[in-house]
Design a protein around this ligand. Structure first.
Ligand code: ATP
Ligand code: FE2
Length: 327
């Protein structure tokens, strides 16, 4: 069975093709980069509407198939920005109607998790899902992916992006902050906000900006932000692993592209005799292939959706979805 996956929760429009054995046949990503300032939902949605058809056609072409070969269309139903989600949903519905094929709306966070499982071969991990809009520690228990800890305010990537914007590093500042951090060596004092199993990041951003006003270098600030924020994530992830007795940790989401985060999480896992997994970078960021793969898993497990059930859900929670596809 061939599944087309359509992603469009925020700044990225993606289309990918997967087969039911978990093979990724294509994964085309088109990211909206605002000319100035942050991400505006309406502008991102306009971008998605413009690139939707060519991106889908390119995904089919790269997979070596015709759109007529697609057996199922899956799309990101949420969580995400309303205007962006509606473009992806509309594209998926029109494919479903015009090709006469079934449609499945999937949870974007679970898609990050399942593509990690499929791509790395890990089986029952605690997942650290660290992206722009989301920061969650998730693991499977009793037919659900449960959230063991999460951010109480903004996602870690949003914190990096907002900080980067204020510091003049441009939008989507994670990679720029990573580069600067490699040259920093002084650990400056920043709020380490772990509350039980939850974390918070907005205070760190404010504190980092005031360090800049005091004249500290961008390199030392970037280094300190990474060490502190990633340390917080490692702590809550480790505690989740200890509590629920899991010996695998999986990274996902755009921030999982960061080498320092990978290094810290690998060291944490090795210390506990556990193993760390992270998929290829193009599968960490928002992409259509992960949506195709989760749609395929759900369909194989018997999930069916009517077109009327395909309304988008901006606040769709990871633990709302009954997980029928795991043994
Ligand atoms: P979601 O909808 O899952 O919240 P998203 O819309 O934020 O996802 P992603 O592609 O998963 O999209 O993640 C983008 C985030 O990843 C941005 O905040 C970006 O700054 C961050 N990021 C990308 N590369 C790096 C890196 N090397 N280091 C740190 N952060 C990074
Ligand atoms: Fe994402």
């Amino acid at each position: 069975m061939i599944t087309l996956g359509i992603e469009g929760t925020a700044h990225t429009f993606g289309a990918g093709v997967a087969d039911s054995d978990g093979r990724i046949l294509s994964n085309v990503i088109d990211m909206h980069r605002p000319a100035s300032g942050g991400l505006h939902p309406r502008e991102a949605a306009n971008h998605h509407a413009e690139v939707a058809a060519p991106t889908i056609l390119k995904a089919a072409e790269e997979a070596g198939i015709s759109v007529r070969d697609i057996d199922l269309v899956a799309f990101s139903m949420g969580p995400g920005l309303g205007p962006c989600l509606r473009v992806a949903a509309t594209a998926a519905r029109s494919m479903s109607v015009s090709l006469g094929i079934p449609i499945i709306g999937v949870n974007h966070c679970i898609a990050h998790l399942e593509i990690g499982n499929a791509a790395t071969g890990c089986e029952d991990p605690v997942m650290l899902y660290a992206s722009g809009g989301n920061t969650q520690v998730v693991a499977y228990s009793g037919q659900r992916y449960r959230i063991f800890g999460e951010t109480q305010d903004i996602g870690i990537g949003n914190m990096l992006d907002k900080l980067g914007r204020e510091l003049g590093l441009g939008f989507y500042a994670g990679p720029a902050i990573e580069k600067l951090a490699e040259k920093g060596d002084r650990l400056l004092d920043l709020p380490y906000s772990v509350k039980g199993m939850d974390v918070a990041f907005s205070g760190m951003m404010t504190a980092a900006l005031s360090l800049r006003k005091k004249g500290h270098s961008l390199e030392d600030i970037a280094f300190s932000v990474q060490e502190t924020a990633f340390g917080m994530l490692a702590e809550v992830t480790e505690r989740a692993m200890a509590h629920i007795g899991k010996s695998e940790v999986l990274l996902g989401g755009g921030v999982a592209q960061n080498s320092r985060l990978r290094e810290m999480m690998r060291a944490m896992a090795e210390d506990r005799g556990a193993e760390m997994f992270v998929p290829d970078r193009r599968l960490c960021m928002d992409n259509g292939a992960m949506i195709a793969w989760l749609g395929s898993l759900m369909h194989e497990s018997g999930v069916r959706m009517d077109l009327r059930d395909t309304g988008v859900r901006q606040r769709f929670r990871t633990d709302e979805v009954p997980v029928f596809w795991r043994p």
